[in-house]
Write a protein that binds this ligand. Sequence first.
Ligand SMILES: [Zn+2]
Length: 70
Amino acid sequence: MPYCVECGGKLTWDRRLKMYFCQSCGLSYTEAELSEALERLHSMRDEDERSRRYREYLDWWLSKKDRSRR
Ligand SMILES: [Zn+2]
């Protein structure tokens, strides 16, 4: 079962309307909207991961520089 992109609540599939409804916040998604929202969420997470790794690398590099100066 997919989860709501906004609040993380459970989504239920309405067969008649062909839409997902969030049980927690009442948001509705078509199948296309949901996959698009999930894709956006996923690329956002990738972006976070990249910038986090870059920061870690920068920290490591700077600390190395500090040590060699001493
Ligand atoms: Zn929701």
